[in-house]
Design a protein around this ligand. Structure first.
Ligand code: ADP
Ligand code: ZN
Ligand code: ZN
Length: 751
């Protein structure tokens, strides 16, 4: 903003809360304040009929008056040094708006929880009243009666004796009703406390602090000395969580708080319990199933200083701690850290921004870091620590790669290679467990005609339909269904089939090949109902099945010490998706899958079945060699100008009419081309900005809305933001009726 004589206006919200952000009030900025007022600042304004002085927050500064200028009042004054939490949140929203191209309101709604009446929450702890042998007897009884919830709760209480009720109803999925019923029977007791500050876990249940290894200790000390951004590269079991906890303890000693981000799927009972045992009750756990009110309560507890630690998925980032010390991001490479709705923020980037506002540190951890973050370590923008050894004992598994083309040549048409079959048989004999992983990420289980190549597609969404057991073809986007066809609708051939290796077919093949085998299946279908995910995991952990078959869900989270064999059935299915991250994703999934074998005392073996055994993602994953993979992958990104070497902006144009959408896309492409000509390399004269497209999106239609995409690449993020702003100004001059334009930066998923 400058003093050019132009008038400037501020949009101000009086009561900062989720519902009120839609109704900002506009005020004139007096000349004297023009250079001072910024988004997020607290100001004093005359409000209402009596012009009473109220405090408000600036959420936007603009030179567009929303009504007749005479009717606008002026801001009275600025509240100097207002470093309130609210101001920080608004500033953060402002940053998100700029960085991710969203609206201010969408950004504000992301950082502010919906307001609810704050109630002081009572802390409830469930305490076991029976002796262990009495409990043991009762567990057997519940087992016989198939009272699984009771059985699960009692089994855990035998181990811990005291458990926070929220952990039982949340992660253990046991309803309050059950707890009450068991309390009435004198099996357990619910202890209610309203004072949060006294840790009330049974002293014997407290987790012993581990003596850190020299490598762990060095990381903790370094981070606590004030390193703003760091990455701990270490395989699962190398002691990262122990390091996180020690860093958090150090922060709490300094009177600071911690946010711990864990992908939702890895937020298991075991993980959360570990934190409870170490830190007592000043922890809260968030998950995406919380209601707006529950989330608000947690944020209020944080605001009132009742919490030191919040653990949760990406939205836990917005916990309003007054003195934040550290943000920990475990499994930093996970896709779920990027929001799929506006603002399309990435948790790591946003964490770095938040940390810079509070002077806090960000600590990331992963066995397979994202290319983005590892690249930053190479550029000196992020400190790299390595933890090499597995502390739980157990050696790295032996990995075999099987070429499926060779199998076919030798006449083996089964979905299991001979080697995998033999190893499964061995495990069944010795009573050890196996996991079979079907890598379907980015792959749609389509039905195609072997004679003419016709693929069965959804008439509304342009994605292939998948075959279901009930004999119907279903669209996974809109739910459209039609009966399975017996002949190709195009050429009439009867050879129309699917890629016969859904998890269900694998289970059927196993049952045929190994009669009597006990198999559990875990995929999107079997985990639809609440709690089913944890149920499958715990029954596998209890040895109720020999083999767990599943999609990428099974490669995360839980530890199964009795699993000594992991089979990856079609490693390259995820290489086939049309996404520049396909290689990275394949490497991550295969490395994680391989890491599931041999976690206990027994050595593990891994079989990777693939049609492309020479692909570098597969070669390096088989060797568990991240650095080797990184070196090849980064060359490819460089060659193609993909992130993290270049930055990428996606412009998604949606339209009810295909032709109109395409026309608009062409217009925007031309405009972007014109804009991009100013970005040339001074020395070589070469263009630094590339505009790609327009192209039909890989999902060309969703619910009858046509989607067209444009990609813009440039080495600098700021340039893309500028181009986006210019494009938005340009489109404001058009009268768009049915078309919408959305932006996404460095996307994690295909469009
Ligand atoms: P990660 O988070 O990398 O998977 P964890 O921190 O969970 O690793 O550590 C793996 C296992 O090793 C855990 O059971 C943990 O208690 C144990 N562990 C970690 N650090 C130490 C240590 N310094 N001494 C002994 N055991 C440790
Ligand atoms: Zn056909
Ligand atoms: Zn559809």
């Amino acid at each position: 903003m400058n003093n050019t004589g132009e008038e400037w206006y501020a949009n101000i919200i009086i009561d900062i809360s989720h519902e009120k952000v839609d109704r900002p009030f506009q005020y004139k900025i007096p000349r004297a304040l023009q250079d001072k007022i910024k988004v997020g600042m607290e100001v004093i304004i005359p409000f209402g009929r009596g012009n009473a002085k109220r405090h408000g927050y600036v959420i936007e500064v603009t030179n567009q008056a929303e009504c007749a200028i005479e009717r606008l009042k002026e801001i009275t004054d600025l509240v100097i040094d207002s470093v309130s939490l609210e101001a920080n949140l608004i500033q953060l929203a402002g940053w998100m708006k700029e960085t991710y191209g969203s609206t201010m309101i969408a950004a504000l709604k992301t950082v502010l929880p919906a307001k609810q009446k704050y109630r002081a929450i009572e802390k409830k702890t469930v305490h076991l009243l029976l002796s262990i042998s009495e409990a043991e007897e009762l567990v057997q009884y519940y087992k016989k009666k198939h009272q699984v919830g009771r059985e699960r709760l009692l089994t855990q209480l035998m181990i811990e004796q005291d458990l926070p009720q929220e952990l039982i109803t949340g992660r253990l999925q046991v309803p309050v009703k059950t707890i009450q019923a068991m309390a009435e029977q004198g099996i357990l007791q619910v202890i209610v406390q309203s004072n949060y500050r006294n840790p009330i876990l049974h002293p014997s249940a407290k987790e012993e602090k581990k003596r850190l290894s020299a490598a762990q200790q060095a990381i903790v000390e370094d981070v606590l000395s004030g390193v703003p951004l760091s990455l701990i590269h270490g395989i699962t079991g190398s002691g990262k969580t122990e390091v996180y906890m020690e860093i958090i303890a150090g922060m709490i000693d300094r009177g600071k708080q911690a946010i711990v981000l864990i992908p939702e799927i890895a937020l298991t009972y075991q993980t959360v319990l570990r934190f409870y045992k170490r830190f007592g009750e000043r922890i809260s756990v968030m998950n995406s199933k919380l209601s707006a009110g529950e989330r608000y309560d947690q944020f209020e507890r944080a605001r009132h200083g009742e919490l030191d630690i919040i653990i949760g998925p990406r939205s836990a980032l917005f916990t309003p701690f007054s003195n934040l010390g550290v943000i920990i991001i475990d499994e930093e490479h996970e896709n779920s850290y990027k929001s799929e709705t506006m603002p399309r923020y990435h948790a790591r980037e946003t964490a770095i921004q938040i940390a810079s506002m509070y002077g806090a540190s960000v600590v990331c951890g992963s066995a397979t870091p994202s290319l983005e973050l590892y690249y930053m370590t190479k550029q000196g923008k992020c400190r790299l620590y390595e933890l090499q050894e597995r502390l739980t004992g157990g050696t790295l598994p032996k990995v075999y790669t099987v070429d499926l083309r060779e199998e076919l040549k030798r006449g083996n048409r089964s979905i299991f290679s001979r080697q995998l079959s033999d190893l499964i048989a061995e495990r069944l004999e010795s009573g050890q467990q196996s996991m079979l992983f079907l890598n379907r990420r980015g792959y749609a289980g389509f039905i195609s005609c072997r004679a003419c190549g016709h693929v069965m597609k959804c008439p509304h969404c342009d994605v292939s339909l998948s075959e279901h057991k009930n004999g119907r073809l279903t669209c996974h986007y809109c739910g459209y269904e039609e009966p399975m066809v017996s002949h190709c609708p195009k050429c009439g051939s009867k050879y129309i089939t699917g890629f016969k290796a859904g998890t269900q077919q694998i289970v059927e093949t196993l049952q045929k090949q190994f009669p009597g085998v006990r198999v559990l299946r875990m995929d999107a279908d079997t985990t639809r109902t609440k709690g089913s995910y944890e149920k499958i995991l715990s029954s596998f952990a209890n040895g109720e099945a020999d083999i767990l078959v599943g999609t990428q869900m099974i490669v995360k989270g839980h530890d199964f010490p009795n699993v000594t064999l992991v089979g990856v059935l079609a490693a390259d299915l995820s290489l086939c998706s049309n996404d520049y991250r396909a290689g990275e994703r394949t490497f991550q999934l295969l490395t994680q899958a391989a890491g599931r074998a041999g976690r206990g005392q027994l050595p593990g073996e891994v079989v990777i079945q693939t049609y492309q055994p020479e692909h570098y993602s597969i070669v390096h994953a088989a060797k568990q060699d991240y650095k080797g993979f990184y070196e090849e992958e980064i060359l490819y990104r460089e060659l193609m100008s993909y992130p993290p070497i270049a930055q990428m902006m996606v412009v998604l144009i949606s339209s009810k009419e295909e032709e109109k959408g395409l026309q608009l896309a062409r217009k925007l492409a031309t405009r972007l081309e014109e804009q991009s000509t100013v970005y040339v390399d001074q020395r070589s004269g070469r263009r630094r900005c590339q505009v790609v497209g327009p192209a039909k999106a890989s999902i060309g239609k969703i619910q009858d809305i046509y989607r067209t995409v444009l990609y813009v690449k440039h080495p600098e993020y700021e340039v893309l933001i500028t181009m986006k702003d210019q494009l938005e100004l340009y489109t404001k001059t058009m009268e768009l009726k049915t078309e919408t334009i959305q932006f996404d930066f460095n996307p994690m998923n295909t469009y």
